[in-house]
Design a protein around this ligand. Structure first.
Ligand code: GLU
Length: 420
């Protein structure tokens, strides 16, 4: 049976990259486990007057290059191992983007769809009180992730400010503009993905104007990926899904109609004039670009062989398992790894934090221009590393190239700091 524990998967990926690059054994040992993990209990008074205790986590995977950085997931199936895995991926993400952060992540086991606004706000505040000593603008800076939005970030920043006794906008990123958010942060994960897609299509000589795209997920990432790929390239989005299932139209889907259905019914399922598919069927469509933008372990040994796309743009964290990796690589699919493709979110979080520290705010144009420059450089670094290995007769995937760059940056910093 294939390993689906996300933390074990990150360890497998690290091991594979470490072997290829001959990573120092001591550096490997440090990088195999998180530096710190915290588990908390959060008692919340519910609407029926009873107290419910929620369980939460925060992990600092590695802080050699800067404060821990990473989102907070509110998910019914959250586990410490998912959070550990995601914090490892944040370490590689920040290092590949070459921004001055380590990697962190947080999560609370809950179903936000079952909470009313007051319960949700109290959970956000309770979580921050519980992890208050573990975070801060110089220590660890949380941000949104699955099922958390700018509103939750505003409550969390407010609670952290209460704890320290003054406004501390730089303690949390992904905030609304009114409380020190950055222009361009709301769609930055998708925007970064689009810049990577533009470069990938150029390299593979794919005309994005004629491209058929399928997207899995309609959340923080998938929703904007739909809108932006249409606006920027004029591509045809033939399928998209959310947790209720997928919709398909050969002629291309209408973004406004889908958004309306989602707002009115809570899912895209209510959209009229489209064919219905399952999430599995969506992944197997014959398309030019497939964008998994939901959660981890979507393309595994079981379905990798049926994936039928030229470019696989991993906008979610961890959508492809290591077993699937090899199958996709042998099929010649250009699979661009998550911690490159979705790094736009943390890159603009970095801009937000810099703006908060300086109390000096940039235009949206500035933000996009700088994002483009950073993520395009990362893409080119990945391709260059692949080429370097190829010229030494070693064929490596874009994921392994990205790992090699990121691991080397973290290991070099640890070395010069005297950690090994
Ligand atoms: N949750 C996002 C990610 O996985 C953003 C993290 C951040 O902005 O710190 O990259």
């Amino acid at each position: 049976m294939e390993e689906l524990n996300p933390f074990k998967i990150t360890q497998q990926q690290l091991k594979k990259a470490a072997d290829i690059m001959n990573l120092d054994k001591e550096a490997y040992e440090i990088l195999s486990e998180p530096m710190r993990t915290l588990t908390v209990s959060i008692p919340i008074k519910m609407r029926d007057g009873k107290t419910k205790v929620f369980k939460g986590f925060r992990v600092h995977y590695n802080t050699a290059r800067g404060p821990a950085k990473g989102g907070i997931r509110f998910h019914p199936e959250e586990t410490i191992d998912t959070v550990k895995a995601l914090s490892a991926w944040m370490t590689w993400k920040s290092a590949l983007a070459n921004i001055p952060y380590g990697g962190g992540k947080g999560g609370v086991i809950c179903n936000p769809k079952e909470l009313n606004d007051t319960e949700l706000e109290n959970l956000c505040r309770g979580y921050i009180r519980a992890i208050g000593d573990f975070i801060g603008p110089k220590v660890d800076i949380p941000a949104p992730d699955v099922y958390t939005t700018p509103q939750e970030m505003a409550w969390m920043m407010d609670e952290y400010s209460n704890l320290v006794g003054h406004n501390e906008f730089g303690a949390i990123t992904g905030k609304p503009l009114e409380v020190g958010g950055s222009e361009g942060r709301f769609d930055s994960t998708a925007m970064g993905g689009m810049y990577v897609l533009r470069e990938a299509a150029k390299l593979k000589k794919i005309n994005l104007k004629k491209a058929r795209i399928a997207i899995q997920g309609f959340g923080n990432a998938g929703n904007f990926a739909f809108d932006l790929s249409k606006k920027l390239f004029g591509s045809n989005i033939v399928a998209i899904s959310d947790s209720s299932g997928a919709v398909y139209s050969e002629k291309g889907l209408d973004y406004q109609k889908l958004k309306k259905a989602k707002e009115e019914t809570g899912s895209i399922d209510g959209c009229k004039g489209v064919e219905k598919l399952t999430n599995e069927e969506l992944l197997e469509l014959d398309v030019d670009v497939l964008i998994p933008a939901a959660i981890e372990n979507q393309i595994t040994e079981k379905n990798a062989d049926k994936i039928n796309t030229k470019i696989l743009l991993e906008l979610a964290n961890g959508p492809v398992t290591p077993g699937a990796d090899d199958i996709l690589f042998n099929k010649g699919i250009f699979d661009l790894p998550d911690f490159l493709v979705n790094s736009g979110g943390v890159i603009v979080s970095y801009f937000e934090w810099v703006q908060n520290i300086q109390s000096f705010y940039w235009t949206q144009e500035d933000v996009y221009k700088r994002l483009d420059s950073i993520i395009t450089t990362s893409f080119k670094d990945v391709i260059k590393t692949q080429m370097e290995y190829k010229s030494n007769n070693k064929k490596i995937s874009p994921r392994m190239a990205a790992y090699i760059i990121a691991i080397k940056r973290v290991a070099d910093t640890m070395k010069v700091r005297g950690w090994y």
